[in-house]
Design a binder for this molecule. Sequence first.
Ligand SMILES: [Zn+2]
Length: 119
Amino acid sequence: MGIIKKFKSLLHDDWCSNCQIQMTENYKQLFMLPMSVGHYISHKNADYYKKNLVKVNSKKEIPISIYACGIKKYRCSKCGKSLVQLSIFLPVRDQEKYEETIYYKNGELDTFIEDNRKI
Ligand SMILES: [Zn+2]
């Protein structure tokens, strides 16, 4: 394992830390996070997101001054390890003001993702 490859996995969130290869994105969905600007509270518990996220089709469905949360799931094709990334941002006109990025590495949101995949 070369030192450059090892270094890359630290820089790239979507690299598998076991295999040092890029993982495959297999889920991507936008949600509304019902918190308004100026009242943002950082939550690390996956249960909070399971209860509060509302699935939307585009940023246009999110009211002004309300946060958005993009969820992406990555899977390593070699070892099967998966990673869920939550990007929380405030849509401001045509821009995205990033507030926080949260990672779940132990399948905390897997059932939530599967339930939202069906609908
Ligand atoms: Zn792997």
